[in-house]
Design a binder for this molecule. Structure first.
Ligand code: ADP
Ligand code: PLP
Ligand code: ZN
Length: 292
């Protein structure tokens, strides 16, 4: 049976990266290789200089004209086209294997536009059968929801991310917290999906930096999960509501002490714990959690 590979990678005129480093070795091994060159460069990025070979240049002499490259060699719309090609091919060809080498960066340095990351995380990686990231790319490929599942697998039945950089549907005045609770003893279902309840909370952000909020959060979560052991939604809502009462009260007091037009000091922003006693004892729920 003929084995055919569609290879979507860079082309370089001189040297071996991308399609140039994949096509020949695969052909030697007997594979038919169809290639799409995502870009055409003079050489790879490790060289002293790098030029893009104009794709649409005409007549042929002009095709040899080269221009310096300062933009990245991958963009969001290209990646989205790749996703739709793979989706269609997978539908048409049962058993198709998609190998993805996510090009994102290395050694803590991103070398593609930042708006590619959610496309990788949410669309490309879930489609891949084989994934070959470096460590940086592996860390960037994982969504916060998957982080919670990984943490569950390491032991804890309940995981709460007290703040994330997820965008809130209500705008940038909100910070997003996430919770996850295992719902059965056998954590992973036979079909590979996880049995956990995932909860999301949009928390109105107060315009100050507080210290001790993480500790208060953990203490309150302990208390309220003790009262609602199988109901993370309620425990989470009560915990975050206490936080809201405390930080808002603290903020109001701190601004009063600082006086109009002045930024409160760290001392003025010490949490108003005693003044919040009633809210701690019996918090009115002011933030609603969403079950995902
Ligand atoms: P940590 O100290 O562990 O990093 P954070 O202090 O960032 O945790 O978050 C703990 C909780 O404190 C958040 O979930 C939120 O409820 C509350 N919180 C902290 N800072 C703010 C803020 N500026 N506005 C509103 N809530 C805040
Ligand atoms: N494409 C081009 C044009 C490159 O220059 C590089 C790296 O230099 C790559 C792709 C990716 O190569 P690697 O196999 O190191 O991820
Ligand atoms: Zn690579």
């Amino acid at each position: 049976m003929e084995c055919r590979i569609l290879s979507i990678q860079s082309h370089v005129v001189r040297g071996y990266v991308g399609n140039k480093s994949a096509t020949f070795p695969l052909q030697v091994l007997g594979f038919e290789v169809d290639s799409i060159n995502s870009v055409q460069f003079s050489n790879h990025t490790g060289w002293f200089c790098l030029f893009r070979v104009e794709r649409n240049a005409f007549p042929f002499r002009a095709a040899l004209q080269i221009s310096p490259v300062n933009e990245s060699f991958l963009d969001k719309s290209f990646l989205e086209v790749v996703v739709s090609i793979i989706q269609e091919l997978k539908k048409a060809t049962p058993g198709l294997v998609y190998v993805c080498d996510p090009v994102m960066g290395d050694h803590g340095l991103l070398y593609v536009p930042e708006n590619l990351l959610p496309v990788y995380k949410n669309e490309v990686v879930p489609l891949a059968d084989i994934l070959t990231p470096n460590q940086f790319e592996a860390e960037e490929s994982i969504s916060v929801l998957q982080v919670m599942d990984l943490l569950h697998e390491m032991g804890p039945d309940t995981v709460v991310l007290t703040s994330t950089d997820l965008p809130s549907k209500h705008g940038d005045q909100f910070l997003v917290a996430l919770g996850s609770q295992k719902t059965s003893k056998v954590f992973r279902n036979p079909d590979g999906t996880s049995s956990s309840q995932k909860i999301c909370m949009d928390i109105p952000q107060v315009d100050a930096v507080f210290v001790g909020t993480g500790d208060l959060f953990a203490a309150m979560l302990l208390a309220w999960t003790h009262h609602h052991p199988k109901d993370l939604k309620t425990a989470f809502e009560k915990t975050v509501s206490v936080m809201q009462h405390v930080v808002k009260r603290t903020f109001t007091y701190a601004n009063e002490m600082a006086g109009p037009g002045n930024k409160p000091s760290a001392a003025q922003l010490e949490l108003r714990m005693i003044q919040s006693k009633a809210d701690i004892e019996n918090p009115s729920v002011v933030v609603e959690a969403k079950v995902l």
